[in-house]
Design a protein around this ligand. Structure first.
Ligand code: FES
Length: 177
């Protein structure tokens, strides 16, 4: 099978890691998903760089378009560097009705990401120091707890603006130590 040429190679140490992960997952059902998941887990900024995707395609023989398609289809994959802390704010209908837009705007303001807003509802923004990523989610499936926010993978329900601001401030202080 022919695949598109690799435009840039990952660092040799990363190539070793990728080869090892591909070897571990070989022959398993959903191997490509598993490979990408492990690679993102191991990436310092929790994302899949383009050269990694190209390298995976070259080593597995899966077309680049298919590797890229999987990486962009699943919300769990990131194509840009992520912050150490992630604040995911639900923008589903129940959460919207209960004030999630105001929460989103307030957190953006707190983290100095206000200017980068283009008014779009789908947001994924990372602070320049890579300490925080704010992103929006379509629905956490916890609508009875609206508004719902996930802070570093922990779900918070009935979120109040001031409590959220305090929690983020606390994380900011801790990560500055
Ligand atoms: S709409 Fe927010 S959890 Fe469902």
């Amino acid at each position: 099978m022919t695949t598109a040429p690799v435009t840039a190679l990952p660092h040799p140490e990363d190539q070793e890691l990728i080869d090892r992960i591909i070897g571990d997952q070989a022959g398993r059902p959903g191997a490509l998903l598993g490979i990408l998941e492990k690679l993102q887990e191991h990436n310092r900024h929790k994302y899949l760089p383009m050269e990694t995707l190209e390298y995976v395609a070259a080593r597995t023989g899966v077309p680049q378009s298919q590797v890229y398609g999987v990486a962009t289809f699943y919300a769990l994959f990131n194509l840009d560097p992520q912050g150490t802390h992630t604040i995911a704010i639900c923008r589903g209908t129940a959460c919207h009705t209960r004030g999630s837009r105001a929460l989103l705007e307030r957190v953006k303001l707190q983290l100095g990401l206000q200017e980068t807003s283009d008014g779009a509802d789908k947001v994924s923004l990372t602070t320049p120091d890579h300490r925080f990523t704010i992103r929006t989610v379509a629905c956490f499936g916890q609508c009875a707890l609206a508004p719902v926010v996930e802070v570093d993978h922990a779900i918070r329900g009935h979120v109040k603006e001031q409590a959220l601001i305090r929690e983020i401030e606390q994380l900011r202080k801790e990560s500055a130590r």
